[in-house]
Design a protein around this ligand. Structure first.
Ligand code: NAP
Length: 217
Protein backbone atom coordinates (compact mmCIF):
# COMPACT_ATOMS: atom_id res chain seq x y z
CA UNK A 1 0.00 0.00 0.00
CA UNK A 2 1.42 3.39 -0.90
CA UNK A 3 1.58 6.43 1.32
CA UNK A 4 -0.77 8.17 -1.04
CA UNK A 5 -3.38 5.44 -0.73
CA UNK A 6 -3.34 5.40 3.05
CA UNK A 7 -3.19 9.13 3.57
CA UNK A 8 -0.41 8.44 6.05
CA UNK A 9 3.25 9.25 5.71
CA UNK A 10 6.40 9.03 7.72
CA UNK A 11 8.99 11.56 8.71
CA UNK A 12 7.96 14.70 6.88
CA UNK A 13 7.79 13.11 3.45
CA UNK A 14 5.92 14.87 0.67
CA UNK A 15 4.01 12.25 -1.35
CA UNK A 16 2.76 13.03 -4.83
CA UNK A 17 -0.94 13.79 -5.07
CA UNK A 18 -3.46 11.43 -6.63
CA UNK A 19 -3.29 13.20 -10.01
CA UNK A 20 0.53 13.10 -9.92
CA UNK A 21 0.93 16.86 -9.53
CA UNK A 22 3.00 18.42 -6.78
CA UNK A 23 1.21 20.57 -4.17
CA UNK A 24 2.11 24.25 -4.11
CA UNK A 25 0.25 25.38 -0.96
CA UNK A 26 0.30 23.02 2.00
CA UNK A 27 -1.33 23.34 5.41
CA UNK A 28 0.37 21.75 8.43
CA UNK A 29 -2.21 21.19 11.14
CA UNK A 30 -0.43 20.90 14.48
CA UNK A 31 -2.14 19.73 17.64
CA UNK A 32 -2.09 17.23 20.46
CA UNK A 33 -5.43 15.85 19.18
CA UNK A 34 -6.32 14.23 22.50
CA UNK A 35 -8.82 13.42 21.02
CA UNK A 36 -9.29 14.93 17.56
CA UNK A 37 -12.83 16.35 17.22
CA UNK A 38 -15.09 17.99 14.64
CA UNK A 39 -13.84 21.46 15.60
CA UNK A 40 -10.34 20.50 14.37
CA UNK A 41 -11.73 19.03 11.15
CA UNK A 42 -13.91 22.06 10.40
CA UNK A 43 -10.96 24.36 11.14
CA UNK A 44 -8.70 22.48 8.71
CA UNK A 45 -11.38 22.47 6.03
CA UNK A 46 -12.11 26.17 6.50
CA UNK A 47 -8.45 27.21 6.39
CA UNK A 48 -7.89 25.04 3.29
CA UNK A 49 -10.77 26.86 1.62
CA UNK A 50 -9.77 30.38 2.71
CA UNK A 51 -6.09 29.99 1.79
CA UNK A 52 -6.51 27.84 -1.34
CA UNK A 53 -4.50 24.93 0.09
CA UNK A 54 -3.85 21.82 -2.00
CA UNK A 55 -3.65 19.59 1.06
CA UNK A 56 -3.62 19.67 4.85
CA UNK A 57 -1.15 17.47 6.70
CA UNK A 58 -2.20 16.67 10.26
CA UNK A 59 0.80 16.40 12.57
CA UNK A 60 -0.04 14.99 16.02
CA UNK A 61 2.38 16.31 18.63
CA UNK A 62 4.85 13.64 19.74
CA UNK A 63 6.07 14.83 23.12
CA UNK A 64 4.14 17.93 24.25
CA UNK A 65 6.68 18.82 26.95
CA UNK A 66 4.67 21.85 28.05
CA UNK A 67 1.90 19.55 29.33
CA UNK A 68 1.86 17.05 32.22
CA UNK A 69 3.03 14.08 30.13
CA UNK A 70 1.49 11.56 32.54
CA UNK A 71 -1.91 12.93 31.56
CA UNK A 72 -1.38 13.00 27.82
CA UNK A 73 -2.70 9.96 25.92
CA UNK A 74 0.05 7.81 24.34
CA UNK A 75 1.10 9.22 20.99
CA UNK A 76 0.16 6.07 19.03
CA UNK A 77 -3.47 6.35 20.21
CA UNK A 78 -3.59 10.04 19.27
CA UNK A 79 -1.98 9.28 15.94
CA UNK A 80 -4.41 6.43 15.14
CA UNK A 81 -7.41 8.58 16.07
CA UNK A 82 -6.13 11.30 13.73
CA UNK A 83 -5.80 8.78 10.89
CA UNK A 84 -9.32 7.47 11.51
CA UNK A 85 -10.83 10.96 11.66
CA UNK A 86 -9.19 12.20 8.45
CA UNK A 87 -9.42 9.01 6.37
CA UNK A 88 -12.44 10.02 4.30
CA UNK A 89 -11.10 13.38 3.11
CA UNK A 90 -8.71 13.06 0.14
CA UNK A 91 -7.34 16.54 0.91
CA UNK A 92 -6.21 15.46 4.39
CA UNK A 93 -3.31 13.22 5.37
CA UNK A 94 -1.44 12.47 8.58
CA UNK A 95 2.31 12.59 9.17
CA UNK A 96 4.19 10.77 11.96
CA UNK A 97 7.03 13.28 11.86
CA UNK A 98 6.61 14.40 15.50
CA UNK A 99 5.55 10.99 16.82
CA UNK A 100 8.76 9.42 15.50
CA UNK A 101 11.11 12.24 16.50
CA UNK A 102 12.61 11.73 19.94
CA UNK A 103 12.82 14.44 22.57
CA UNK A 104 10.50 17.37 23.23
CA UNK A 105 8.40 18.49 20.28
CA UNK A 106 9.26 21.88 18.82
CA UNK A 107 7.31 23.31 15.91
CA UNK A 108 10.54 24.81 14.58
CA UNK A 109 12.03 21.31 14.06
CA UNK A 110 8.85 20.17 12.34
CA UNK A 111 8.79 23.11 9.97
CA UNK A 112 12.48 22.67 9.14
CA UNK A 113 11.83 19.01 8.23
CA UNK A 114 8.71 19.89 6.25
CA UNK A 115 10.54 22.62 4.35
CA UNK A 116 13.32 20.16 3.50
CA UNK A 117 10.76 17.59 2.33
CA UNK A 118 8.68 19.96 0.21
CA UNK A 119 11.48 22.16 -1.13
CA UNK A 120 11.73 25.94 -1.30
CA UNK A 121 8.90 26.63 -3.75
CA UNK A 122 5.98 25.22 -1.75
CA UNK A 123 4.14 27.67 0.51
CA UNK A 124 3.66 26.23 3.99
CA UNK A 125 0.87 27.33 6.35
CA UNK A 126 1.16 26.20 9.98
CA UNK A 127 -2.36 25.92 11.42
CA UNK A 128 -3.19 25.54 15.08
CA UNK A 129 -5.22 27.00 17.94
CA UNK A 130 -4.71 30.74 18.42
CA UNK A 131 -3.68 30.24 22.07
CA UNK A 132 -1.10 27.64 21.14
CA UNK A 133 0.19 29.99 18.46
CA UNK A 134 0.95 32.57 21.12
CA UNK A 135 3.10 29.97 22.92
CA UNK A 136 5.02 29.05 19.77
CA UNK A 137 5.68 32.61 18.68
CA UNK A 138 6.88 33.67 22.13
CA UNK A 139 9.84 31.33 21.68
CA UNK A 140 13.27 32.02 20.28
CA UNK A 141 14.01 31.86 16.53
CA UNK A 142 10.75 33.58 15.67
CA UNK A 143 12.30 35.09 12.54
CA UNK A 144 13.19 31.63 11.25
CA UNK A 145 9.65 30.42 12.01
CA UNK A 146 8.25 33.24 9.89
CA UNK A 147 10.66 32.41 7.08
CA UNK A 148 9.48 28.80 7.09
CA UNK A 149 5.71 29.26 7.11
CA UNK A 150 2.73 31.55 7.34
CA UNK A 151 0.92 31.02 10.67
CA UNK A 152 -2.83 30.59 10.99
CA UNK A 153 -4.44 30.67 14.44
CA UNK A 154 -7.94 29.21 14.72
CA UNK A 155 -10.35 30.11 17.45
CA UNK A 156 -13.94 30.61 18.32
CA UNK A 157 -15.37 34.06 17.52
CA UNK A 158 -14.34 36.97 19.72
CA UNK A 159 -10.75 35.94 20.41
CA UNK A 160 -7.92 38.39 19.77
CA UNK A 161 -4.22 37.56 19.64
CA UNK A 162 -2.66 39.47 22.52
CA UNK A 163 0.86 39.95 21.07
CA UNK A 164 0.68 43.13 19.01
CA UNK A 165 4.39 42.92 18.11
CA UNK A 166 3.78 40.30 15.42
CA UNK A 167 5.05 41.26 11.98
CA UNK A 168 2.51 42.40 9.44
CA UNK A 169 1.22 39.68 7.11
CA UNK A 170 2.88 36.73 8.85
CA UNK A 171 0.01 35.59 11.09
CA UNK A 172 -3.69 35.22 10.31
CA UNK A 173 -6.57 34.54 12.66
CA UNK A 174 -9.59 32.56 11.52
CA UNK A 175 -12.81 32.35 13.50
CA UNK A 176 -14.23 28.84 13.59
CA UNK A 177 -17.49 28.57 15.57
CA UNK A 178 -17.19 24.75 15.59
CA UNK A 179 -14.19 25.18 17.92
CA UNK A 180 -16.73 25.52 20.71
CA UNK A 181 -15.99 21.78 20.84
CA UNK A 182 -12.83 21.12 22.83
CA UNK A 183 -10.70 18.05 23.51
CA UNK A 184 -10.84 18.81 27.23
CA UNK A 185 -14.63 18.71 27.17
CA UNK A 186 -14.64 15.46 25.16
CA UNK A 187 -12.32 13.76 27.69
CA UNK A 188 -14.40 15.04 30.59
CA UNK A 189 -17.63 13.79 29.04
CA UNK A 190 -16.18 10.29 28.51
CA UNK A 191 -15.00 10.19 32.12
CA UNK A 192 -18.49 11.14 33.35
CA UNK A 193 -20.19 8.61 31.07
CA UNK A 194 -21.75 11.31 28.88
CA UNK A 195 -22.06 10.86 25.10
CA UNK A 196 -19.57 12.33 22.67
CA UNK A 197 -21.48 11.30 19.55
CA UNK A 198 -21.39 14.12 16.95
CA UNK A 199 -18.68 16.02 18.84
CA UNK A 200 -16.13 13.65 17.29
CA UNK A 201 -16.35 11.39 14.18
CA UNK A 202 -18.15 8.10 14.74
CA UNK A 203 -14.92 6.12 14.39
CA UNK A 204 -13.39 8.11 17.24
CA UNK A 205 -16.35 7.35 19.53
CA UNK A 206 -15.82 3.67 18.80
CA UNK A 207 -12.03 3.83 19.20
CA UNK A 208 -12.37 5.53 22.59
CA UNK A 209 -14.94 3.01 23.81
CA UNK A 210 -12.94 0.06 22.47
CA UNK A 211 -9.68 1.15 24.11
CA UNK A 212 -11.15 2.56 27.33
CA UNK A 213 -9.41 5.91 26.86
CA UNK A 214 -10.35 8.82 29.14
CA UNK A 215 -12.13 6.75 31.80
CA UNK A 216 -9.54 7.73 34.40
CA UNK A 217 -9.33 11.39 35.57
P1 NAP B 1 -3.03 23.47 23.47
O1 NAP B 1 -2.25 24.40 24.34
O2 NAP B 1 -3.45 22.15 24.04
O3 NAP B 1 -4.29 24.17 22.86
C1 NAP B 1 -4.59 25.54 23.01
C2 NAP B 1 -5.93 25.79 22.35
O4 NAP B 1 -5.81 25.60 20.93
C3 NAP B 1 -7.01 24.84 22.82
O5 NAP B 1 -8.25 25.53 22.83
C4 NAP B 1 -6.99 23.76 21.74
O6 NAP B 1 -8.24 23.10 21.63
C5 NAP B 1 -6.71 24.57 20.49
N1 NAP B 1 -6.06 23.82 19.42
C6 NAP B 1 -4.95 23.05 19.52
N2 NAP B 1 -4.60 22.58 18.31
C7 NAP B 1 -5.53 23.06 17.44
C8 NAP B 1 -5.72 22.93 16.04
N3 NAP B 1 -4.86 22.23 15.28
N4 NAP B 1 -6.78 23.55 15.47
C9 NAP B 1 -7.64 24.27 16.21
N5 NAP B 1 -7.51 24.44 17.55
C10 NAP B 1 -6.47 23.83 18.14
O7 NAP B 1 -2.19 23.21 22.14
P2 NAP B 1 -1.41 21.92 21.73
O8 NAP B 1 -2.38 20.98 21.08
O9 NAP B 1 -0.56 21.43 22.85
O10 NAP B 1 -0.38 22.48 20.64
C11 NAP B 1 -0.82 22.97 19.40
C12 NAP B 1 0.37 22.98 18.44
O11 NAP B 1 1.36 23.91 18.90
C13 NAP B 1 1.07 21.64 18.35
O12 NAP B 1 1.51 21.45 17.04
C14 NAP B 1 2.25 21.80 19.30
O13 NAP B 1 3.33 20.94 19.02
C15 NAP B 1 2.61 23.25 19.05
N6 NAP B 1 3.35 23.88 20.15
C16 NAP B 1 4.66 24.16 19.92
C17 NAP B 1 5.41 24.77 20.91
C18 NAP B 1 6.85 25.07 20.59
O14 NAP B 1 7.33 24.66 19.56
N7 NAP B 1 7.53 25.77 21.46
C19 NAP B 1 4.82 25.10 22.14
C20 NAP B 1 3.47 24.81 22.33
C21 NAP B 1 2.74 24.18 21.31
P3 NAP B 1 -8.29 21.48 21.78
O15 NAP B 1 -7.76 21.18 23.17
O16 NAP B 1 -9.72 21.18 21.60
O17 NAP B 1 -7.38 20.95 20.70
Amino acid sequence: MTQQATGVSHGGSAPARRDGSAPTRVGIMGGTFDPIHHGHLVAASEVAHLFGLDEVVFVPTGHPWQKDLDKVTPSEDRYLMTVIATAENPQFRVDRIEIDRSGPTYTLDTLRQMRAAYGPDVELFFITGADALGAILSWHNVDELFDLAHFVGCNRPGHHLSDTGLPEGKVSLVEVPALAISSTECRERVRKGEPIWYLVPDGIVRYIHKTGLYLEP
